[in-house]
Write a new protein. Sequence first.
Length: 261
Amino acid sequence: MKLVLLVLIFTCSLPLFGQVDLIKPLAGGSITIYDYNAQKWIFSDEEDSRFGTLPASTFKILNTLIALETGVVNDENEMVRWAGKADTVKYGFRPDIYHDMNLKEAFKVSAVWVYLNYAEEIGRLRYEDFLKRSHYGNCDLSVDDPDFWNFGKLAVSPVDQINFLKGLYEETLPFSARSFEIVKRIMIEEQTDSYVLRAKTGWARDGGKDTGWWVGYVTKKDNVWFFATRVIKDRSTPDPDFSRSRKEITRNILKQLQILD
C-alpha cells in the first residue's frame, strides 16, 4: 500500500509553511535536507531524523577516508585480491562482487569483503580515534564483530549523517586534502551542467528490520544541499520496491524543491 507523506518545508526560498507531497511506497522512515546557504533544515519527520540506527554502507564514506589516511590503501585504483570465500548467509549471494577489485569499484558496488579487509588492517583503536574526532554518531564500537557498521550498536541519525557530510564538504574533519579529494571524486553519482550529485547507499539487515539509506549532497554554483533519506520496514514483510525507493523518494523531493533538474 502506498503512503502519502506530507513534508513541511522551512526555507527562505519557499513560503514558510510550504508543502511537498511525496508518494512513499514504505511504512516508515524520513527524509532530511539541509540548505547550506540559508542554514535551514527541512524535515519530513524531525523526531525520526534525530533517531540513530546502523549506518550500513553509508559508513563507507568515513571508512574510505580512514583507509586512505592510515595508508591501508593508497588511492582509488589500488587493487584488493579476492580471497575466494564469502559469508553468503550473513550478506546474501552476490557473485557479481566476488572478484579482484579496486577501491573505487568496491565503493560503488558496496563490496563488504573489501572493506572488511581494510578494517582488519585499520584496527579497532584507530577506528575509535577517527570516529570520536569526526563526531560520527554514538561512536559505539562495543560489538564483537569486525563489521560493526552493519551489525552492532554503532548508530547515526539522519541529522548526524548530514553534519558529517558538511564536515566532508568543508574539509573540517581530521583528514588530509588528498583523502578528501579522492573520496569526493568516487562519491560522484551524477554530474550535469548545472549540478554534481555525490551520494552513497546503505542497507542494514539487523534486529528484524531492513534499514535503507541514501545520503549525500548536491552542489550547484550558488549553493549546496545535503540530504539523508532513511526507509525502514520489517524484514518479514517483502517489498520489491524497498531498494529502489531510497533514491526515488529522494529524487522526487529534490526535484520538487528545484534542487535537481
